[in-house]
Design a protein around this ligand. Structure first.
Ligand SMILES: *Cc1c(COP(=O)(O)O)cnc(C)c1O
Length: 387
C-alpha cells in the first residue's frame, strides 16, 4: 500500500460487531466479560480501546513502523520515551526545539536524575563531543522549531552505540515528508495535535517504533502511567490523518510561495525555510525529506516591537499557539511557544524578539500573500516605535 492509501485504509477495517464502515467511537471505560477473564480482547480502556487501536494501526503504517502507542498529548508521548531511561542516564538534545520539550527536560525530568546536554544538532561534531559514557538517548527535532534547522538523522544514527536510542520528534515534517525509522531512528514521536490531526480540534501524541522491545516498554508505560487519549480524540485524529497527503502537499506549496515572497521583500531581514536554496542545509533537506513542509520563520527589519505589531495585524493568519491546522497561524516564539526559555538563552539560540513563525495553511495562496502584503505595508508605515 502506498502512503495516501495507507492513510485511508490502515487500521480502518469495517467494525466487526456491526459492519460500520467508519471506525466507531467506542465511548466506554470497560467491557462486559462472559465469565471471569473471558472477554473479546478488551478489558479496560486505559489498557486498550478499539478506537485507539485503529488510530495506532493507522499511525504505525504511516511511519513505516510496526508498533504505535497513542497518548493524550505530544508531551505525554515524549514523557513516555524519556521514561525508558533511569536516574543517572544522560541525554543529548537539540538546542533549538519545542519549548515545552525543553521545559519537561529542564524542570521536570532533571529532578529525577536525568542529565541533559543541549547542542546544535545540525553540527555532528558538536553532537559527538557532547556524548558521555552514560549517554542513553539522542533527542532530535528536524526541522527544528522555530529556526527550521535540519538534523542529519542518518548521521546521528551512525554515532549511536549499542544500548543508545535515537528518538525523532517528527511533528514538523510529518511522515508524508520524512520517515525517520527508515533512516535508522529507533523511535518516532508525534504531537498529533498538529499536522496529523490537521484541524486544530484535538490534542494528542504518539510513539512509533519497529523495535519490539522498546515498543513493549512504551506500551507498558502507556498503561502504567495512563496518559491515554479518549476515544473521541482518537477518532478526530484518525479522521484528520486520512487527508494528510492532500493537506501536506498544499501546505508545502503555499509555504514555498510565501518563503519566496518574503525573501524578496525589502522589509524582511531573514527567512528560515528549508525549501529555499539559500537555506544552509537545503541539500540535506532534499536528501532527507520528500518535501519541505508548511512551517517557516522570518525576521522583520527595524525594532523588535514591529514583530509584535505585525503579528496582530493580519486577517487570515490568526495569532495563536500551535501549528499544522488547515488555517494559517502566526506566532511570536519569544513570547509564546518558547516563553519558557530564558531570554538570554533564546537570544543566544537566535530566537530573538524580532522573530515570527508562520504555520502556513491551505487557504488560497493569493489571499495569504495579500494578507502579508497589507500587514507589511501597515507596520512599515507606522512611525511610532513602541516598547
Ligand atoms: C506541539 C509540539 C509538541 C507538544 O505536543 P502537544 O500535543 O502540545 O503536547 C512537541 N513537539 C513539537 C515539535 C510540537 O510542535
Amino acid at each position: 500500500m502506498r502512503f495516501a492509501t495507507r492513510a485511508i485504509h490502515a487500521g480502518q477495517d469495517p467494525d466487526p460487531a456491526t459492519g460500520a464502515t467508519i471506525v466507531p467511537i467506542y465511548q466506554t471505560s470497560t467491557y462486559t466479560q462472559s465469565a471471569v477473564g473471558q472477554h473479546k480482547g478488551f478489558d479496560y480502556s486505559r489498557t486498550v480501546n478499539p478506537t485507539r487501536l485503529a488510530l495506532e494501526a493507522q499511525l504505525a503504517a504511516l511511519e513505516d513502523g510496526a508498533y504505535c502507542s497513542a497518548f493524550a498529548s505530544g508531551m505525554a508521548a515524549t514523557a513516555a520515551i524519556l521514561n525508558l531511561l533511569s536516574a543517572g542516564d544522560h541525554v543529548v538534545a537539540s538546542d533549538d526545539m519545542y519549548g515545552g520539550t525543553y521545559r519537561l527536560f529542564s524542570r521536570v525530568l532533571s529532578r529525577y536524575g536525568l542529565d541533559f546536554t543541549y547542542v546544535d544538532m545540525s553540527n555532528s561534531n558538536a553532537i559527538h563531543s557532547a556524548v558521555r559514557p552514560n549517554t542513553k538517548l539522542y533527542w532530535l527535532e528536524t526541522p527544528t522549531n522555530p529556526l527550521l534547522k535540519l538534523v542529519d538523522i542518518a548521521k546521528v544514527c551512525a554515532l549511536r552505540t549499542p544500548g543508545q536510542i535515537v528518538a525523532v520528534d517528527n511533528t514538523f515534517a510529518t511522515p508524508f515528508f520524512q520517515r525517520p525509522l527508515s533512516l535508522g531512528a529507533d523511535i518516532v514521536m508525534h504531537s498529533t495535535t498538529k499536522y496529523i490531526c490537521g484541524h486544530s480540534d484535538s490534542i494528542g501524541g504518539a510513539t512509533i517504533s519497529n523495535n519490539s522491545e522498546l515498543a513493549e516498554l512504551l506500551k507498558f508505560h502507556q498503561n502504567a502511567v495512563g496518559g491515554v487519549p479518549g476515544p473521541m480524540d482518537a477518532y478526530l485524529t484518525m479522521r484528520g490523518a486520512k487527508t494528510l497527503a492532500l493537506r501536506m502537499r498544499k501546505h508545502a506549496e503555499n509555504a514555498q510561495v510565501i518563503a519566496r515572497f518574503l525573501v524578496t521583500h525589502d522589509e524582511v531581514e531573514r527567512v528560515y525555510y528549508p525549501g529555499l536554496d539559500t537555506h544552509p542545509q537545503h541539500e540535506l533537506a532534499k536528501r532527507q525529506m520528500s518535501g519541505f513542509g508548511g512551517m517557516l520563520s522570518f525576521t522583520l527589519r527595524g525594532p523588535a516591537s514591529r514583530a509584535l505589531d505585525f503579528a496582530k495585524s493580519m486577517k487570515y493568519f490568526s495569532l495563536a499557539e500551535s501549528l499544522g491546522g488547515v488555517e494559517s497561524l502566526v506566532c511570536h516564539p519569544g513570547r509564546m511557544t518558547h516563553g519558557a526559555i530564558p531570554k538570554e538563552d533564546r537570544d543566544a539560540r537566535g530566537v530573538t524578539d524580532g522573530l515570527l513563525r508562520l504555520s502556513v495553511g491551505i487557504e488560497d495562496i493569493e489571499d495569504l500573500i495579500e494578507d502579508l502584503q497589507i500587514a507589511l505595508a501597515r507596520t512599515a508605515q507606522d512611525p511610532v516605535v513602541r516598547h
